[in-house]
Design a protein around this ligand. Structure first.
Ligand SMILES: *Cc1c(COP(=O)(O)O)cnc(C)c1O
Length: 465
């Protein structure tokens, strides 16, 4: 019975919330022990409710806790209650977002989000967007629109083999992957060097475009990143827009990680020039704390969305106009309602509340950076205006310390590499956290190193040069 299942949901969810406080890190299960420790088997006969509930409870309690104050491992974290509420209602309603007939007012919810975001960027009247299954797919849609726009503008000399795209060495792997998905070869992807702050080197970009032009190739697309995955750096978008306008290239801004700075008066300057981009992606499931996934892709001119993604289907589009049949511009057919969770959060705390979330994350990062800079046993590798705080502690290799902290269920934090350095990467994206949680991170790390120093220092520091 659904109502019993929902009560059970309440009970498991409440237990999880309680446990996250007392035991913020779940005991990890080694992959080779997984099927021994948990009953994951699927059998001919079903299970009774009581046994099933117990199995589920056990499974939930054994799963990594991404909402706790000891999770700094990835570019998401924490849990915004109102966003969860919106998402749970979306599950209950189970609409599919392709038509107004089937999704009704939820279409209005999604359109409101997209319209507001286009306005905040400063895109014009013709702008629109859609919600894709994650940032990688949002970037994919940006790339497809760019390719199709280029093809339409150059019908006579267009040649797929001659296309060239540009992205920095520090950009997310989805850009080279997407390039291959649209049929480009590896040698058609230019990885432009990063400067010491992790930003794309704009002089190198322009030089490369010019030399490719001279060689008779067809440069068509630049991907600039707002918040690179490792250092959290912002490529200079205004300069990229100058280059793209001069050479007639599509400018896509990958803001999956930190594009949400558009909500902050204080940090919006980091994406100066965003209004001049052709497309922009932002993940609400990263800085804005909605549950995975909620990824928005918008473009200056909605004709590109229709041009690349609209297909007619008489069995589907039977009422209302294209404008309200969102399936006309999405990559999926059946599509879950990823808009409601973000809308519910936004409705609840307002634009100013979203701004506070963003500002708070930068504040937490500055607390962490100050700590690292003021303690001589640490070396800092990241810079101001970034919510990725990258450092090393004493002479311990980042990989060793991160893995030991995980295996002993102390904290979840990952490591990254930039140029020749490998370091611990502390992400301050969980806006439920307070200064004390950040300071406790360092305290916990230092305490752990003190008691495990022999074991940790045994591994040779081969990763740093
Ligand atoms: C996370 C991230 C992506 C990918 O987003 P997913 O939602 O994980 O697919 C793309 N670009 C950047 C810069 C990211 O940080």
């Amino acid at each position: 019975m659904i109502s019993e299942d929902l009560s059970e949901f309440q009970s498991i969810a409440q237990q999880l919330i309680k446990t996250e406080k007392t035991n913020p890190v779940a005991q990890p299960i080694a992959v080779e022990d997984l099927n021994e420790q948990l009953d994951l088997s699927l059998n001919e006969e079903g299970m009774n409710d009581e046994a099933l509930y117990a199995t589920l409870q056990n499974l939930v309690m054994s799963t990594p806790r991404t909402a706790s104050n000891k999770f700094f491992n990835q570019l998401f974290g924490g849990r915004r209650g109102k966003a969860v509420l919106g998402d749970l209602l979306a599950v209950m309603l189970n609409n599919s977002m392709y038509t107004y007939k089937v999704a009704g007012p939820m279409v209005g919810v999604e359109k409101m989000l997209l319209t507001k975001i286009c306005q905040m960027i400063g895109y014009g009247e013709r702008a629109n967007g859609t919600i894709a299954p994650g940032g990688s797919m949002s970037n994919f849609m940006g790339l497809v629109m760019a390719r199709d726009a280029y093809k339409d503008k150059n019908p006579l000399n267009y040649s797929q083999e001659k296309l060239v795209l540009y992205t920095s060495v520090s950009s997310h792997y989805s850009t080279p992957k997407n390039a291959q998905l649209i049929g480009l070869e590896k040698q058609q992807i230019r990885h432009i060097e990063s400067d010491r702050y992790g930003r794309m080197d704009m002089a190198a970009l322009e030089e490369q475009i010019e030399s490719d032009r001279t060689a008779g190739l067809q440069p068509f697309f630049v991907n600039a990143t707002a918040g690179t995955t490792v250092l959290g750096a912002f490529d200079p978008i205004d300069t990229a827009a100058d280059v793209c306008e001069k050479h007639q290239l599509w400018l896509h801004v990958d803001g999956a990680y930190c594009g949400a700075v558009i909500f902050s008066k204080k940090y919006r300057h980091l994406v100066q020039g965003l209004n001049r981009s052709n497309s922009f992606s932002v993940n609400a499931h990263k800085m804005l704390g909605t549950p995975l996934s909620c990824s928005i892709i918008v473009t200056q001119d909605k004709k590109h969305l229709y041009n690349s993604f609209a297909s007619d289907a008489k069995y589907l589009y039977q009422t209302d106009g294209d404008d309200y049949n969102l399936g006309k511009t999405s990559i999926q057919c059946g599509r879950r309602n990823d808009a409601l969770k973000f809308w519910t959060l936004w409705k609840s705390i307002g634009t100013s509340g979203l701004e506070q979330l963003v500002d708070h994350q930068f504040h937490l990062a500055s607390i962490a950076r100050d700590y690292v800079q003021n303690h001589p046993d640490y070396t800092l590798y990241s810079y101001d205006n970034s919510i990725s705080v990258c450092f090393n502690y004493k002479d311990i290799p980042a990989e060793t310390i991160c893995t030991a902290l995980y295996e002993e269920s102390v904290m979840m934090v990952g490591f990254g590499t930039f140029k020749t350095n490998t370091f611990v990467r502390l992400i301050t994206i969980n806006s439920d956290n307070e200064e004390s949680d950040i300071l406790r991170f360092f305290e916990t790390l230092e305490g752990f190193v003190e008691t495990h120093y022999e074991q940790l220092a045994q591994t040779e520091a081969v990763t740093n040069s």
